[in-house]
Design a protein around this ligand. Structure first.
Ligand code: CP
Length: 372
Protein backbone atom coordinates (compact mmCIF):
# COMPACT_ATOMS: atom_id res chain seq x y z
CA UNK A 1 0.00 0.00 0.00
CA UNK A 2 1.31 3.48 -0.87
CA UNK A 3 2.02 6.01 1.85
CA UNK A 4 -0.69 8.68 2.11
CA UNK A 5 0.50 12.28 2.16
CA UNK A 6 -1.31 15.58 2.59
CA UNK A 7 0.08 18.05 0.07
CA UNK A 8 -3.25 19.79 -0.36
CA UNK A 9 -6.76 19.00 0.82
CA UNK A 10 -7.50 17.57 -2.65
CA UNK A 11 -5.59 14.55 -1.35
CA UNK A 12 -8.62 13.81 0.82
CA UNK A 13 -12.06 12.88 -0.49
CA UNK A 14 -14.97 15.02 0.69
CA UNK A 15 -16.12 12.06 2.76
CA UNK A 16 -12.71 11.86 4.48
CA UNK A 17 -12.70 15.61 5.02
CA UNK A 18 -16.12 15.45 6.64
CA UNK A 19 -15.03 12.53 8.84
CA UNK A 20 -11.95 14.48 10.01
CA UNK A 21 -14.09 17.51 10.83
CA UNK A 22 -16.59 15.30 12.69
CA UNK A 23 -13.74 13.74 14.65
CA UNK A 24 -12.34 17.20 15.49
CA UNK A 25 -15.71 18.08 17.03
CA UNK A 26 -15.79 14.90 19.11
CA UNK A 27 -12.21 15.51 20.30
CA UNK A 28 -13.06 19.13 21.16
CA UNK A 29 -16.04 18.01 23.21
CA UNK A 30 -14.32 15.04 24.90
CA UNK A 31 -10.54 15.67 25.06
CA UNK A 32 -9.87 13.16 27.88
CA UNK A 33 -10.99 10.25 25.67
CA UNK A 34 -8.04 10.91 23.35
CA UNK A 35 -5.23 11.41 25.88
CA UNK A 36 -3.45 8.17 24.92
CA UNK A 37 -4.50 7.81 21.29
CA UNK A 38 -0.96 8.42 20.01
CA UNK A 39 0.96 6.77 22.82
CA UNK A 40 4.33 5.60 21.43
CA UNK A 41 3.99 7.61 18.22
CA UNK A 42 6.51 10.22 17.10
CA UNK A 43 5.86 13.26 14.92
CA UNK A 44 8.65 15.28 13.28
CA UNK A 45 8.20 18.99 12.60
CA UNK A 46 10.68 20.27 10.00
CA UNK A 47 10.21 24.02 9.85
CA UNK A 48 12.54 25.71 7.35
CA UNK A 49 10.48 28.90 7.74
CA UNK A 50 9.20 30.69 10.89
CA UNK A 51 5.86 29.75 12.42
CA UNK A 52 3.96 30.25 15.65
CA UNK A 53 0.49 28.75 15.12
CA UNK A 54 1.11 25.89 12.73
CA UNK A 55 4.14 24.55 14.54
CA UNK A 56 2.79 24.99 18.07
CA UNK A 57 -0.70 23.74 17.27
CA UNK A 58 0.78 20.60 15.69
CA UNK A 59 3.01 20.16 18.72
CA UNK A 60 0.11 20.74 21.12
CA UNK A 61 -2.02 18.34 19.10
CA UNK A 62 0.40 15.38 19.24
CA UNK A 63 1.19 15.99 22.93
CA UNK A 64 -2.51 16.13 23.83
CA UNK A 65 -2.91 12.80 22.01
CA UNK A 66 -0.14 11.23 24.09
CA UNK A 67 2.52 11.24 21.36
CA UNK A 68 5.93 12.89 21.17
CA UNK A 69 7.81 15.33 18.92
CA UNK A 70 11.22 15.68 17.28
CA UNK A 71 12.35 18.22 14.71
CA UNK A 72 13.76 21.68 14.15
CA UNK A 73 12.32 25.15 13.79
CA UNK A 74 15.56 26.68 12.59
CA UNK A 75 17.35 24.72 9.88
CA UNK A 76 20.64 26.43 10.71
CA UNK A 77 20.70 24.33 13.89
CA UNK A 78 20.46 21.15 11.81
CA UNK A 79 22.67 19.54 9.16
CA UNK A 80 20.82 21.60 6.57
CA UNK A 81 23.42 24.24 7.48
CA UNK A 82 26.15 21.82 6.30
CA UNK A 83 24.48 21.53 2.92
CA UNK A 84 22.29 18.47 3.46
CA UNK A 85 19.64 18.17 0.78
CA UNK A 86 15.90 18.07 1.40
CA UNK A 87 15.87 14.53 0.07
CA UNK A 88 18.45 13.25 2.56
CA UNK A 89 16.93 15.10 5.51
CA UNK A 90 13.46 13.77 4.84
CA UNK A 91 14.65 10.25 4.13
CA UNK A 92 16.49 10.10 7.46
CA UNK A 93 13.79 11.78 9.56
CA UNK A 94 11.11 9.49 8.13
CA UNK A 95 13.10 6.54 9.47
CA UNK A 96 12.58 7.96 12.97
CA UNK A 97 9.14 9.55 12.90
CA UNK A 98 5.68 8.19 12.12
CA UNK A 99 4.60 11.51 10.61
CA UNK A 100 6.60 14.33 8.99
CA UNK A 101 5.17 17.85 9.10
CA UNK A 102 7.12 20.22 6.88
CA UNK A 103 7.13 23.95 6.20
CA UNK A 104 9.46 25.50 3.64
CA UNK A 105 9.72 28.83 1.81
CA UNK A 106 9.91 27.12 -1.60
CA UNK A 107 6.79 26.16 -3.54
CA UNK A 108 6.31 22.46 -4.12
CA UNK A 109 8.50 21.36 -1.22
CA UNK A 110 5.91 19.12 0.45
CA UNK A 111 5.36 17.25 -2.82
CA UNK A 112 9.14 16.90 -3.22
CA UNK A 113 9.52 15.64 0.37
CA UNK A 114 6.78 13.07 -0.17
CA UNK A 115 8.92 11.37 -2.84
CA UNK A 116 11.55 10.49 -0.23
CA UNK A 117 9.53 9.81 2.91
CA UNK A 118 8.57 6.44 4.39
CA UNK A 119 6.05 8.18 6.64
CA UNK A 120 3.11 10.39 5.72
CA UNK A 121 4.16 13.97 4.91
CA UNK A 122 1.89 16.85 5.88
CA UNK A 123 2.33 20.17 4.13
CA UNK A 124 2.52 22.90 6.78
CA UNK A 125 2.95 25.60 4.10
CA UNK A 126 5.14 25.62 0.98
CA UNK A 127 6.06 29.16 -0.04
CA UNK A 128 3.10 30.99 -1.57
CA UNK A 129 1.56 27.73 -2.79
CA UNK A 130 -0.63 25.74 -0.36
CA UNK A 131 -1.36 25.49 3.37
CA UNK A 132 -3.90 22.66 3.75
CA UNK A 133 -3.92 22.39 7.54
CA UNK A 134 -4.75 26.09 7.78
CA UNK A 135 -7.69 25.32 5.52
CA UNK A 136 -8.75 22.48 7.80
CA UNK A 137 -8.61 25.04 10.62
CA UNK A 138 -10.69 27.48 8.55
CA UNK A 139 -13.31 24.85 7.69
CA UNK A 140 -13.65 23.79 11.31
CA UNK A 141 -13.98 27.45 12.31
CA UNK A 142 -16.69 28.02 9.69
CA UNK A 143 -18.59 24.94 10.83
CA UNK A 144 -18.50 26.11 14.44
CA UNK A 145 -19.31 29.74 13.76
CA UNK A 146 -21.48 29.73 10.59
CA UNK A 147 -22.81 26.20 10.94
CA UNK A 148 -22.11 25.19 7.33
CA UNK A 149 -19.54 25.04 4.53
CA UNK A 150 -21.91 25.57 1.60
CA UNK A 151 -23.99 28.41 0.12
CA UNK A 152 -21.70 31.05 1.56
CA UNK A 153 -20.44 34.27 0.02
CA UNK A 154 -16.79 34.45 1.02
CA UNK A 155 -14.78 37.65 0.75
CA UNK A 156 -11.02 37.12 0.53
CA UNK A 157 -8.99 40.26 1.11
CA UNK A 158 -5.29 41.17 0.88
CA UNK A 159 -2.47 39.24 -0.75
CA UNK A 160 -4.42 36.78 -2.88
CA UNK A 161 -1.44 36.23 -5.16
CA UNK A 162 1.01 34.90 -2.58
CA UNK A 163 -1.49 33.84 0.08
CA UNK A 164 -1.13 30.07 0.36
CA UNK A 165 -3.97 29.98 2.90
CA UNK A 166 -6.24 31.63 0.34
CA UNK A 167 -5.27 29.17 -2.41
CA UNK A 168 -5.95 26.10 -0.29
CA UNK A 169 -9.20 27.55 1.08
CA UNK A 170 -10.60 28.44 -2.35
CA UNK A 171 -9.64 25.03 -3.77
CA UNK A 172 -11.53 23.37 -0.95
CA UNK A 173 -14.61 25.57 -0.72
CA UNK A 174 -15.33 25.11 -4.44
CA UNK A 175 -15.96 21.44 -3.61
CA UNK A 176 -19.02 22.42 -1.55
CA UNK A 177 -22.17 23.58 -3.38
CA UNK A 178 -23.36 27.14 -3.74
CA UNK A 179 -20.28 29.01 -2.54
CA UNK A 180 -19.35 32.26 -4.27
CA UNK A 181 -16.32 34.47 -3.83
CA UNK A 182 -15.55 38.18 -3.68
CA UNK A 183 -11.83 38.64 -4.38
CA UNK A 184 -10.66 41.89 -2.79
CA UNK A 185 -7.12 42.88 -3.75
CA UNK A 186 -5.03 45.31 -5.72
CA UNK A 187 -4.45 44.23 -9.36
CA UNK A 188 -0.83 43.36 -8.44
CA UNK A 189 -1.93 40.96 -5.69
CA UNK A 190 -4.87 39.30 -7.39
CA UNK A 191 -5.52 35.56 -7.35
CA UNK A 192 -3.13 33.67 -9.70
CA UNK A 193 -4.51 32.62 -13.11
CA UNK A 194 -4.41 28.90 -12.26
CA UNK A 195 -6.67 29.55 -9.26
CA UNK A 196 -9.12 31.61 -11.34
CA UNK A 197 -9.14 28.79 -13.89
CA UNK A 198 -10.13 26.40 -11.11
CA UNK A 199 -13.00 28.68 -10.07
CA UNK A 200 -14.25 28.88 -13.65
CA UNK A 201 -13.90 25.15 -14.18
CA UNK A 202 -15.93 24.49 -11.00
CA UNK A 203 -18.63 26.87 -12.29
CA UNK A 204 -18.14 29.06 -9.23
CA UNK A 205 -19.40 32.61 -9.30
CA UNK A 206 -16.74 35.18 -8.38
CA UNK A 207 -16.22 38.91 -8.65
CA UNK A 208 -13.11 41.02 -8.13
CA UNK A 209 -13.07 44.26 -6.16
CA UNK A 210 -10.40 46.77 -5.20
CA UNK A 211 -12.48 48.20 -2.33
CA UNK A 212 -13.03 46.47 1.01
CA UNK A 213 -15.49 49.22 1.94
CA UNK A 214 -17.69 48.49 -1.07
CA UNK A 215 -17.45 44.69 -0.88
CA UNK A 216 -17.89 44.05 2.84
CA UNK A 217 -21.69 44.37 2.85
CA UNK A 218 -22.03 41.48 0.38
CA UNK A 219 -20.20 38.75 2.26
CA UNK A 220 -21.09 36.16 4.92
CA UNK A 221 -17.44 35.50 5.70
CA UNK A 222 -14.50 37.90 5.43
CA UNK A 223 -11.11 36.18 5.21
CA UNK A 224 -8.48 38.85 5.83
CA UNK A 225 -4.84 38.15 4.98
CA UNK A 226 -1.52 39.82 5.58
CA UNK A 227 0.41 41.39 2.72
CA UNK A 228 3.47 39.18 2.99
CA UNK A 229 6.69 41.15 2.87
CA UNK A 230 8.77 37.96 2.60
CA UNK A 231 7.18 37.02 -0.75
CA UNK A 232 8.10 40.26 -2.56
CA UNK A 233 11.11 40.53 -4.85
CA UNK A 234 12.15 43.88 -3.32
CA UNK A 235 11.37 46.18 -0.38
CA UNK A 236 10.14 48.82 -2.88
CA UNK A 237 7.56 46.43 -4.34
CA UNK A 238 6.31 45.64 -0.83
CA UNK A 239 6.09 49.33 0.13
CA UNK A 240 3.77 49.94 -2.85
CA UNK A 241 1.27 47.35 -1.52
CA UNK A 242 1.70 47.75 2.25
CA UNK A 243 -1.42 48.99 4.03
CA UNK A 244 -3.63 48.62 0.92
CA UNK A 245 -6.49 47.18 3.01
CA UNK A 246 -7.21 47.87 6.66
CA UNK A 247 -10.38 46.61 8.35
CA UNK A 248 -11.50 49.05 11.02
CA UNK A 249 -14.71 49.75 12.95
CA UNK A 250 -15.80 52.37 10.42
CA UNK A 251 -15.69 49.85 7.56
CA UNK A 252 -17.24 47.17 9.76
CA UNK A 253 -20.39 49.37 10.11
CA UNK A 254 -21.24 48.37 6.53
CA UNK A 255 -20.98 44.62 7.26
CA UNK A 256 -23.78 42.14 7.84
CA UNK A 257 -24.78 41.33 11.40
CA UNK A 258 -23.95 37.64 10.92
CA UNK A 259 -20.55 38.24 9.29
CA UNK A 260 -17.64 36.15 10.57
CA UNK A 261 -14.14 37.58 10.23
CA UNK A 262 -11.37 35.03 9.88
CA UNK A 263 -7.61 35.56 9.51
CA UNK A 264 -4.94 32.86 9.41
CA UNK A 265 -2.65 35.23 11.40
CA UNK A 266 -0.09 36.64 12.00
CA UNK A 267 -1.61 40.09 11.52
CA UNK A 268 0.47 43.16 10.80
CA UNK A 269 -1.76 46.18 10.17
CA UNK A 270 -4.67 44.83 8.12
CA UNK A 271 -7.10 44.57 11.04
CA UNK A 272 -7.33 47.38 13.56
CA UNK A 273 -6.97 46.12 17.15
CA UNK A 274 -10.39 47.66 17.97
CA UNK A 275 -12.03 45.02 15.74
CA UNK A 276 -10.79 42.22 18.04
CA UNK A 277 -13.59 42.90 20.54
CA UNK A 278 -16.37 42.79 17.95
CA UNK A 279 -18.29 39.48 18.23
CA UNK A 280 -17.92 39.01 14.48
CA UNK A 281 -14.15 38.65 14.84
CA UNK A 282 -13.37 34.94 15.32
CA UNK A 283 -9.65 34.83 14.40
CA UNK A 284 -8.44 34.01 17.90
CA UNK A 285 -11.02 31.23 18.36
CA UNK A 286 -9.83 30.03 14.94
CA UNK A 287 -6.37 29.24 16.37
CA UNK A 288 -7.89 26.91 18.98
CA UNK A 289 -10.16 25.24 16.43
CA UNK A 290 -6.97 24.62 14.44
CA UNK A 291 -5.47 22.54 17.21
CA UNK A 292 -8.52 20.25 17.37
CA UNK A 293 -8.59 19.97 13.58
CA UNK A 294 -4.91 18.96 13.57
CA UNK A 295 -5.52 16.40 16.34
CA UNK A 296 -8.16 14.79 14.12
CA UNK A 297 -5.87 14.96 11.08
CA UNK A 298 -2.99 13.31 12.95
CA UNK A 299 -5.26 10.42 13.96
CA UNK A 300 -6.45 10.11 10.36
CA UNK A 301 -2.93 10.12 8.87
CA UNK A 302 -1.25 7.75 11.33
CA UNK A 303 -2.06 4.37 9.89
CA UNK A 304 0.49 2.39 11.86
CA UNK A 305 2.89 0.66 9.52
CA UNK A 306 6.25 1.95 8.35
CA UNK A 307 6.43 1.57 4.56
CA UNK A 308 9.20 1.10 2.05
CA UNK A 309 9.81 4.12 -0.16
CA UNK A 310 7.24 4.31 -2.95
CA UNK A 311 8.61 4.07 -6.50
CA UNK A 312 9.40 7.55 -7.77
CA UNK A 313 8.11 8.86 -11.10
CA UNK A 314 10.61 8.96 -13.94
CA UNK A 315 12.46 12.20 -14.48
CA UNK A 316 11.23 14.39 -17.27
CA UNK A 317 14.77 15.56 -17.91
CA UNK A 318 15.71 18.53 -20.00
CA UNK A 319 13.32 21.13 -18.71
CA UNK A 320 13.12 23.13 -15.50
CA UNK A 321 10.01 24.70 -13.96
CA UNK A 322 9.73 28.37 -14.94
CA UNK A 323 8.77 29.45 -11.41
CA UNK A 324 11.93 30.84 -9.74
CA UNK A 325 10.42 29.96 -6.33
CA UNK A 326 9.84 26.30 -7.17
CA UNK A 327 11.71 23.74 -5.08
CA UNK A 328 13.05 22.11 -8.27
CA UNK A 329 15.16 25.23 -8.87
CA UNK A 330 17.33 24.51 -5.83
CA UNK A 331 17.04 20.72 -5.34
CA UNK A 332 18.36 19.74 -8.75
CA UNK A 333 18.05 15.94 -8.34
CA UNK A 334 14.24 16.12 -8.26
CA UNK A 335 12.48 14.46 -11.20
CA UNK A 336 10.99 17.16 -13.42
CA UNK A 337 7.25 16.57 -13.47
CA UNK A 338 4.59 18.44 -15.42
CA UNK A 339 0.83 17.97 -15.80
CA UNK A 340 -1.93 19.17 -18.06
CA UNK A 341 -4.52 21.29 -16.22
CA UNK A 342 -7.44 23.63 -16.92
CA UNK A 343 -4.87 26.43 -17.13
CA UNK A 344 -2.52 24.58 -19.51
CA UNK A 345 0.80 22.96 -18.77
CA UNK A 346 1.77 23.23 -15.07
CA UNK A 347 4.58 22.09 -12.79
CA UNK A 348 3.46 19.15 -10.69
CA UNK A 349 5.27 20.47 -7.59
CA UNK A 350 4.29 24.14 -7.49
CA UNK A 351 1.42 24.32 -10.04
CA UNK A 352 3.09 27.21 -11.88
CA UNK A 353 1.95 27.58 -15.47
CA UNK A 354 4.61 26.84 -18.08
CA UNK A 355 4.91 28.58 -21.39
CA UNK A 356 6.05 25.44 -23.28
CA UNK A 357 3.83 23.30 -25.45
CA UNK A 358 2.90 19.66 -24.97
CA UNK A 359 4.53 16.83 -26.81
CA UNK A 360 2.77 13.51 -26.39
CA UNK A 361 0.80 11.29 -24.04
CA UNK A 362 1.31 10.53 -20.37
CA UNK A 363 4.33 9.38 -18.41
CA UNK A 364 4.16 6.24 -16.30
CA UNK A 365 0.79 5.40 -14.82
CA UNK A 366 -0.52 8.94 -14.38
CA UNK A 367 -2.49 9.89 -17.47
CA UNK A 368 -2.55 13.61 -16.59
CA UNK A 369 1.26 13.75 -16.52
CA UNK A 370 2.82 14.82 -19.82
CA UNK A 371 6.10 14.56 -21.68
CA UNK A 372 7.43 17.92 -22.76
N1 CP B 1 -1.47 30.69 10.10
C1 CP B 1 -0.16 30.37 10.13
O1 CP B 1 0.33 29.59 9.27
O2 CP B 1 0.54 30.96 11.13
P1 CP B 1 2.07 30.66 11.45
O3 CP B 1 2.88 31.20 10.30
O4 CP B 1 2.35 31.35 12.73
O5 CP B 1 2.22 29.17 11.53
Amino acid sequence: MKTRHLIDLDDLSLDELDRILDLAKVIMEHPPYYLDSCHGRLMATLFYEPSTRTQMSFQSAILKLGGQIIGFDNPSNSSVSKGESLKDTVRVVSNYADLVVIRHPREGTAKAASLFSRSPVINAGDGGHFHPTQTLTDLFTLLNTKGRLDHLTIGLCGDLKNGRTVHSLVKTLIRYPGNRFVLISTPQLSLPPYMKALLSKAGCDYIESASLQEAIGEVDVLYMTRIQQERFASAEEYQKQKGAFVLNMEILKKARYGLKILHPLPRVDEIDYAVDDDPRAVYFEQTEYGMFARMALILHMLDGSKKQLDPRPESNAGRCCENPRCITRTESYLPRLFKKTADGLCCEYCDAKQSGSLRTGGTGTDSSRVDI
